[in-house]
Design a binder for this molecule. Structure first.
Ligand SMILES: C[S@@+](CC[C@H](N)C(=O)[O-])C[C@H]1O[C@@H](n2cnc3c(N)ncnc32)[C@H](O)[C@@H]1O
Length: 272
């Protein structure tokens, strides 16, 4: 039987909302969802669901979808669009304050540029975050800053040490309606395995020392252990004379794992 064609979400844009750019290319949404890689039953949170350009294909993966949308008008229309998708829950709420799941979760979202930093801080900063993986559409320049080999701030370094941040591809502005003035990026954050509580505490302390005095040689920001600082740093691919602020965060994470196993050291807990 011929299927009725579902109108693309952006064609339903009721009135122009300033600063809101809906995704108009379904291939971009499909690629985003593939990189999020949900299995049936996984919980996927979508922030800023709009009219469902991502929500609808996401629901078809069999994942449980929690769609957060602040605009009640959008949420009402989205509810109609996904009425026959039992796995979708819509919550009218602000992504900056809505409670995050206590169970492990994934994220797939095209997030409003204005709240990108706030939202990523909620997802990536707390050591207690249950986020496993996030596939995001963000502003191009923001994605470049996030994925720099050596980030500019301690917080960005904290994210990059605990998550593999991959800039998958550039998304030209023409794939959105209305067309924004800048391009976007498809970004994926995958939690790096094996960084336990103690290692996270050591990492937070190392980054504090490195970013507090970025021109200081790396050997000076590392606590004394029985093993000799030069050897210890070299084992983790860090040149002891290198400025501490130039060390790529995954190397600090690797060193933190070793320091955490030293019973003579104690590190204050990282942000919860
Ligand atoms: C870039 S659009 C993306 C919409 C849809 N996901 C798409 O790809 O077409 C961002 C969406 O986030 C919503 N939004 C903006 N600020 C929000 C906030 N603080 N909390 C939740 N949703 C928000 C907007 O109403 C809009 O629907």
């Amino acid at each position: 039987m011929p299927q009725r064609r579902r109108r693309p979400a952006h064609e339903d844009l009721p009135t122009h909302r300033p600063g809101i750019h809906l995704l108009a290319n379904p291939h971009v949404a499909e690629r985003l969802i593939r990189s999020c890689a949900p299995c049936p039953g996984d919980l996927v949170v979508e922030f800023g669901a709009g009219l469902g350009a991502i929500t609808t294909p996401l629901a078809r993966t069999g994942a449980r979808v929690l769609a957060i949308e602040r605009d009640a008008g959008f949420a009402r229309r989205l509810r109609e669009r996904v009425a026959d998708e039992p796995g979708v829950r819509i919550r009218v709420d602000d992504a900056r304050t809505t409670p995050l799941p206590r169970e492990p979760f994934l994220v797939a979202a095209s997030i409003p540029y204005a709240i990108s930093s706030t939202l990523l801080r909620r997802l990536l900063t707390p050591a207690s975050s249950r986020l496993r993986r996030a596939a995001l559409i963000v502003e191009w320049g923001f994605a470049k800053r996030l994925t720099a080999e050596v980030p500019r701030t301690r917080e960005l370094a904290w994210w990059a040490a605990r998550f593999d941040l991959e800039l998958v591809h550039r998304i030209p502005a023409r794939h959105f309606r209305p067309v924004p003035s800048v391009d976007s990026a498809h970004l994926v954050a995958r939690r790096r395995p094996g960084l336990g509580r103690g290692a996270q505490a050591a990492l937070w302390t190392l980054l504090g020392a490195a970013y507090g005095a970025p021109r200081t040689p790396a050997r000076r920001v590392v606590p004394r252990t029985g093993r000799g600082r030069h050897r210890l740093l070299a084992e983790h691919g860090i040149d002891p004379a290198q400025p501490a602020g130039d060390v790529p965060p995954p190397r600090w994470a690797s060193l933190a794992t070793t320091l955490a196993s030293d019973r003579g050291l104690w590190f204050p807990p990282p942000p919860r």
